[in-house]
Design a protein around this ligand. Structure first.
Ligand SMILES: *Cc1c(COP(=O)(O)O)cnc(C)c1O
Length: 360
């Protein structure tokens, strides 16, 4: 067996010890004679898996008891509709900050459910920087302000928390949750698909302040109603049980590695290896403003794009996979989530140097 360095943007690399444990327990979870996949979600075994996963997630993210943690389905794209269905009804209007493809998509979807106002957009910089808050035009009557904390395609990340006063801040953290410490108290709601940094696709985590529950539009499907899910401990419908189990193993693993402060240091060190090299190179470029560069997704372009295929092929031969940029922007993208070891980033930079000396 050999494992590659997997730079996929998602579904993405998971910690090897987690995959090994899941494999070991596949046929018989802790003497039950059953796979977790085969268990009733209402049985005591799965209830214990679910409870431990939630407790560890709360501990890792330091989530106050005034927030509910929901294990849902539908992904972040599902949440693009589920968030407004649950929250916009309070005033009928919401503010969106556009920093790239994902936040644009969120705003577009929300417009079906209420009045969407673009409070700020990074269009002027061609989505290479987060607009500073002094440029934002916030609506005090908005039901919430929506941001995407890390634009997975564009490689732009918030390294500060917006101040939205009494209007709840909502963040799509799909691609940077668990990668660094954040102050949950500054948010009304956080959502994230699991498949970037937490586990298998199919699971969506939602952290929601309790006072925001109870405003769902009448058209909201019951399974996507936060209040109903909160009252049912995320078991209003059958939750994605196996994905919750694997995410639970990831939470345990991240705790063992030292929690989010350790992840943050590790991720900063990894990203610096790549960005430090990109800054010195005239063969490759990354156009993102230095203070807004993503620590998770690093897009880069070869100045001569005719070398793209050769670059990808050579990388693959060295066991470095899924470096091709998103189809909407082209170029390359290295996604370096929690489970990417620094050795993977070092190997990539080494290869980039060699490729440059051959073709530069
Ligand atoms: C991957 C991603 C999504 C889409 O997730 P789905 O699981 O496909 O719904 C949305 N937002 C961000 C920031 C992402 O990284």
């Amino acid at each position: 067996m050999s494992r590659v360095f997997n730079f996929s943007a998602g579904p993405a690399v998971l910690p090897e010890p987690v995959l090994r444990q899941a494999a070991d327990e596949m046929l018989d979870w802790q003497g039950t004679g059953m796979s977790v996949m085969e268990m009733s979600h209402r049985g005591k075994e799965f209830i214990s898996i679910h409870a431990e996963a939630e407790a560890n997630f709360r501990e890792l993210m330091d989530i106050p008891s005034s927030y509910k943690v929901l294990f849902m389905q539908g992904g972040a794209i599902g949440e693009n509709a589920i968030v407004p269905m649950n929250l916009i009804g309070r005033t009928g209007r919401a503010d969106y900050v556009l920093t790239g493809d994902w936040s644009k998509k969120s705003a577009k979807e929300a417009a079906t459910y209420g009045q969407v106002h673009v409070a700020a957009t990074a269009a002027a910089s061609k989505f290479t920087a987060v607009p500073s808050q002094s440029e934002w035009k916030l609506d005090p009557g908005a039901a919430y302000v929506h941001i995407c904390s890390n634009e997975t395609i564009g490689g732009v990340q918030f390294h500060w928390t917006p101040d939205t006063g009494s209007v709840p801040l909502v963040a799509d953290m799909s691609s940077d949750i668990l990668s660094r410490r954040i102050d949950v108290r500054k948010y009304g709601l956080i959502y994230a698909g699991a498949q970037k940094n937490m586990g298998p696709s199919g699971l969506t985590m939602v952290i929601v302040r309790e006072d925001l529950l109870g405003h769902a539009l009448a058209i909201t499907p019951s399974a996507f109603n936060y209040q109903l899910q909160a009252e049912a401990d995320s078991m209003y419908n059958t939750p994605p049980t196996y994905a919750i189990y694997v995410a639970g193993l990831v939470f345990r693993h991240v705790k063992k590695m030292g929690g989010l402060a350790a992840m943050e240091a590790h991720n900063l060190a990894k990203a610096n290896v790549l960005y430090d090299f990109l800054e010195t190179s005239s063969f490759y470029r990354n156009p993102i403003a230095k203070e807004d560069r993503s620590l998770m997704n690093v897009p880069f372009w070869l100045n001569d794009e005719s070398h793209n295929d050769a670059f990808l092929k050579g990388a693959e031969q060295r066991g470095m996979l899924q470096l091709k940029g998103h189809r909407s922007v082209g170029g390359m993208r290295a996604s370096i989530y929690n489970a990417m070891p620094i050795e993977g980033v070092q190997a990539l930079v080494q290869y980039m140097k060699e490729f440059e000396s051959r073709h530069g």
